[in-house]
Design a binder for this molecule. Structure first.
Ligand code: PLP
Length: 388
């Protein structure tokens, strides 16, 4: 036998997209921090998009009650879960067109987005991404053969309609709207979204509404279904990672026109088979108890703690987040090089933030606040000392 599995692979034979592809910077940073903590260093980890809350007892109970099920499941997801999600979303989005046929279960929002993009994109099709942007959109689009077109949000983190209109070309296939928005926490208003809808309806562009934070809001957040988007072009991705702190269980879903769902089910049948059954049982309980998360009042308090602390740091500024659980802190009075700043902050104080470069926005650092209050307060004190 002449197989030497440890030999370096012949890189020149790989997909050329692998040359630039790196692990998600937020996950990589989070892993680095966990290793530092394991090595005994005191680290205040404000990087992860993970609400620090336990799995609810009701969810555990339903999973345990069904733990013996081990057959392959339908690629679209368990009918009970699909209908629970369809029912919840029809009510949440006040959209009676949302039925079981418009719903597919996915192993988190990442695969929801990825299979959506696979189902839509031909080689060279353009997808508009609003920047700052969540780290994975651009990589997913490129892996699906698409081309990313970047449009900056305004200084107040609103959608710049003129810039958006200028970015539209005959090759524009879709635009990703994420509201509440990661990393800024911005909530886009009804008027803004209505203006976006006028453009996308006119040009027949798909809206991929990544609504993963839409149950975590501190201000009124318009429903994406209430802004005039042509529902033939509207695709909503969502899941339970944030609303129910089920990050590791990998459970999400897509709401889309039923003929597109049929195709996404086909893709899923070939690349995934089905989302893990225990997670689907968790999803059933989550979907049946699914409005504002139980920890929203605590997050509201933590948001105020961060805002008050940042208000006392003259070199830092921010826009108050309307949703999600991040502050996108402007550090430009100090530097534009947030990579170097975050690295120094971590080295000197043990506080870990995500540099804005990860979101295509140098000069900022993302602070994620669903951690224990004591960690949050200690970390904020250290940032205050560091920025004096
Ligand atoms: N979309 C956004 C904007 C996110 O912030 C995240 C996770 O951080 C995801 C999608 C991925 O969610 P999931 O963990 O359910 O795959």
């Amino acid at each position: 036998m002449n197989i030497k599995p440890n030999n370096p692979a012949p890189h020149h034979n790989w997909n050329r997209l692998m040359t630039d592809l790196q692990e998600s910077p937020t996950l990589a940073l989070n892993n680095q921090i966990k290793q530092m903590s394991a090595a005994g260093k005191k680290v205040y980890n404000l990087t992860a998009g993970e609400p620090d809350y336990p799995v609810s007892p009701e969810i555990k109970k339903n999973v345990i009650a069904n733990i013996d099920e081990n057959r392959y499941a339908p690629s679209a997801g368990l009918p009970h879960l699909r209908s629970a999600i369809a029912k919840n979303c029809a009510s949440w989005y006040a959209a009676d067109w949302i039925k079981t046929d418009n719903t597919i279960i996915t192993a988190g929002v990442k695969p929801a987005l990825y299979t959506t993009l696979l189902s839509l994109l031909n080689s060279g099709d353009e997808v508009i991404i609003l920047t700052p942007a969540w780290v994975s959109y651009s990589h997913m689009i490129e892996l699906c053969g698409g081309k990313c077109v970047y449009v900056s949000l305004s200084k107040k983190f609103d959608i710049d309609i003129d810039a958006l209109e200028k970015a539209i070309t005959p090759r524009t296939k879709a635009i990703i709207i994420n509201s509440p928005h990661n990393p800024t926490g911005a909530v886009f208003g009804t008027n803004t979204l209505r203006k976006v809808a006028l453009l996308t309806n006119r040009h027949k562009i798909y809206i991929i509404a990544d609504n993963i934070y839409d149950r975590i809001t501190y201000v009124p957040c318009p429903k994406i279904t209430d802004c005039g988007f042509d529902t033939n072009y509207l695709i909503i991705t969502n899941g339970f990672s944030k609303s129910h702190a089920l990050m590791g269980w990998r459970i999400g879903y897509i709401i889309a026109p039923s003929d597109l769902i049929v195709k996404i089910v086909a893709i899923t049948s070939h690349i995934l088979g089905n989302t893990a059954l225990p997670s689907q049982y968790a999803g059933i309980t989550a979907a049946e108890n699914y409005d504002a998360p139980s920890f929203l009042p605590e997050l509201t308090v933590k948001r105020s703690i961060v805002a008050n602390a940042l208000d006392a740091m003259p070199k830092l500024s921010y826009n108050m987040p309307g949703g999600a659980f991040y502050f996108f802190v402007n550090i430009q009075k100090i530097t534009k090089d947030s990579n170097a700043w975050c690295e120094q902050l971590l080295r000197e104080t043990g506080v870990a933030l995500v540099p804005g470069e990860a979101f295509l926005a140098p000069g900022y650092a993302r602070l994620s606040y669903p951690v224990s209050q004591i960690i949050l307060e200690n970390a904020l004190n250290k940032i205050a000392g560091f920025t004096k």
